[in-house]
Design a binder for this molecule. Structure first.
Ligand code: FAD
Ligand code: MG
Ligand code: MG
Ligand code: MG
Ligand code: MG
Length: 551
């Protein structure tokens, strides 16, 4: 049975700021947060720390601003400038936080405990392991790089996920130039050392290739004049185009620009093997080709961390690839565990599963048919609960409620506009094809962290006043509107002070002006005034003195 919230529009009851004084002996609930990345840190920054006893566990004691990692690979921005110690973030907030630098290696949902291992082995039996209890667990551990079991990738390729990776890449680029300069090498060997291969034509791979190209042409060409003509950058992508998640105009512009820059874009090639000296790729037309290389960066695919896979087995999600949550970010089939960011995906409920119940609620006068007004009245609530309906209504197929009714009728001539249940089903039959998984981005992770913190801050009040747009039996009480993602746009820096930007409403802008937009957005998004100052001064230093090439 669908129960509509008392106040339609689905808003939450405003929660008074003042917390009633807790009774003596009241024990705060324990919230354990795994991970200090985008999702975990945003959750912590927005959580009302007076309400909970919070413990944070992460193998690294800092937050990293990942969008600037490609800039760190070539020294455009220094590693220090993109990280902020988590203790500093927590201290600034004040309240009841504890941080343990350790890695969770097992979740035990039956006993509400997590097993952790510190990287410094200090306890008595020397294995560094300890247990932590939770009342609520927030899993925000991100994803791991995925090699798709391609032989030799782990041993021979760089990844670009963490700050350390970016630093290693930078040293490796310099090593390749120094090696290629040694006196006893022949031309072939010099060429091999100066062949830089990027696997993966997504935003990260493309940005890294562009950054490397700028580094080579703007800075290194002056320092290594005798070998600079031997440098080659290849970008390998299995699909037919690079940047496929962007508008076609951006993809075309990027491919053309890289062509002019001399970056060899190899689309339709799949890397099948990487050895110490050569990278083997495959294309139906050419078969296998092995090319010698100096350095390779693997920048494609993400996967689930092993301890999360183990957790999924325990809770009956063994057949899934990614941990599934409901639209409220609660892990499915597991009480009091939430998951946010790259480590999880929202299992969006299908309209067709609930269609009869939606119809019953919409049909306020119990006439057995829906009038235009009845549809209008429920549409906003449906949008909140089933975002795919909004996407569908805004898609090219649809032009407002009139079209929806016409689709249901399958006939534009009919007199009556009221929809029967069968016609209502028909009208919405294509809607679920609009269900999309959210991308693995900082933007999604941060919005989820913020949303979940809001839920936690209002949990007590919400328990007393359960509310939400549409409640379905068997799903438990819905305390809040489900999570709703707002896409604010995406950048693709392409080098040479040019950036492509795709903003909401398919607004596309490419060139130097979007580069300035990029600078200002990324300066604004910095987590503290300290990192903001550092990043801006790194940019200034780069403009004046160029990038540093020692290392
Ligand atoms: P992460 O930020 O990866 O955080 C995971 C946290 O969990 C880390 O603190 C990690 O140390 C910790 N952890 C790992 N294992 C354990 C464990 N066993 N126990 C406890 N803690 C653990 N997105 C954008 O929107 N825009 C961009 O421009 C952009 N650029 C990117 C550039 C690069 C090079 C990369 C790698 C990513 C980029 N992204 C970008 C994607 C974005 O960084 C991710 O989507 C985002 O970091 C996901 O946040 P998260 O909190 O889920 O995971
Ligand atoms: Mg995180
Ligand atoms: Mg991060
Ligand atoms: Mg996700
Ligand atoms: Mg009716």
């Amino acid at each position: 049975v669908v129960v509509l919230a008392a106040s339609s529009g689905g808003g939450l009851v405003a929660y008074a700021d003042s917390q009633p004084d807790q009774p003596q002996g009241f024990k705060k609930k324990k919230v354990v947060v795994l991970g200090t990345g985008w999702a975990g840190t945003t959750f912590l920054r927005n959580l009302d720390s007076k309400l909970y006893d919070v413990q944070v566990i992460s193998p690294r004691n800092y937050f990293a601003f990942t969008p600037l990692l490609p800039s760190v690979t070539c020294g455009t921005v220094e590693p220090r400038s993109v990280v902020e110690p988590i203790r500093r973030i927590l201290e600034k907030k004040g309240g009841d936080f504890k941080f343990w630098e350790a890695e969770c290696f097992k979740i035990d949902p039956a006993n509400k405990k997590i097993h952790c291992r510190s990287n410094v082995e200090t306890n008595l039996d020397g294995n560094g392991e300890f247990l932590v209890d939770y009342d609520y667990l927030v899993v925000a551990v991100g994803a791991r790089s995925n090699t798709f079991n391609t032989p030799g990738v782990t041993e021979n390729c760089h990844f670009l996920k963490e700050v350390e990776d970016a630093q290693k890449i930078r040293r490796s680029v310099m090593d390749c130039f120094e090696k290629a300069s040694l006196p006893y090498l022949n031309e072939e060997e010099r060429k091999k050392n100066l062949h830089f291969v990027v696997v993966g034509g997504g935003p990260t791979g493309v940005e890294f290739a562009a950054e490397l190209h700028d580094f080579v042409t703007e800075d290194l060409s002056k320092l290594y004049p005798s070998i600079q003509h031997l440098v080659k950058i290849s970008l390998i992508e299995a699909a037919d185009h690079i940047l496929t998640m962007f508008d076609k105009r951006i993809t075309n512009f990027a491919e053309d620009k890289f062509g002019r820059d001399g970056i060899d874009v190899k689309t339709g090639y799949k890397v099948v093997k990487v050895s110490k000296d050569a990278i083997t790729m495959q294309n139906p037309a050419t078969g296998d080709i092995a090319v010698p290389y100096g350095m390779a960066v693997w920048s494609t695919g993400i996967g689930t961390r092993p301890f999360v896979v183990d957790f999924m087995k325990q809770i009956g999600q063994a057949n899934r690839r990614v941990l599934a949550t409901d639209e409220w970010l609660r892990v499915r089939e597991c009480d009091d565990v939430y998951a946010v960011g790259d480590c999880a995906t929202i299992n969006q409920r299908r309209v067709m599963e609930d269609i009869s119940e939606i119809f019953r609620v919409a049909d306020k006068d119990k006439s057995g048919t829906l009038t235009v007004k009845e549809i209008q009245d429920i549409l906003e609530d449906i949008y909140v609960r089933y975002p795919q309906v909004k996407l569908y209504m805004e898609s090219k197929q649809m032009n407002g409620i009139a079209d929806l009714i016409r689709t249901g009728k399958g006939d534009t001539e009919k007199e009556s506009v009221d929809l029967s249940i069968e016609e209502f089903k028909k009208a919405l039959s294509l809607v679920d094809s609009q269900v999309k998984n959210l991308p693995a981005t900082a933007q999604v992770a941060a919005q989820q962290g913020q949303y979940l913190a809001t839920c936690f801050n209002k949990m007590q009040a919400a328990e007393e006043n359960p509310e939400g747009p549409i409640r379905i039996r068997g799903e438990g009480r819905h305390r809040f509107n489900p999570f709703r993602y707002r896409h604010l746009g995406q950048f693709a820096p392409l080098g040479g002070e040019q950036t492509a930007a795709q903003l909401p409403g398919d607004w596309v802008s490419i060139g130097h002006s979007s580069q300035w937009l990029w600078y200002s957005v990324y300066a604004t998004k910095q987590i503290s005034w300290r990192t903001r100052a550092l990043v801006i001064s790194d940019w200034g230093r780069r403009f004046i003195f160029g990038r540093d090439s020692s290392g």
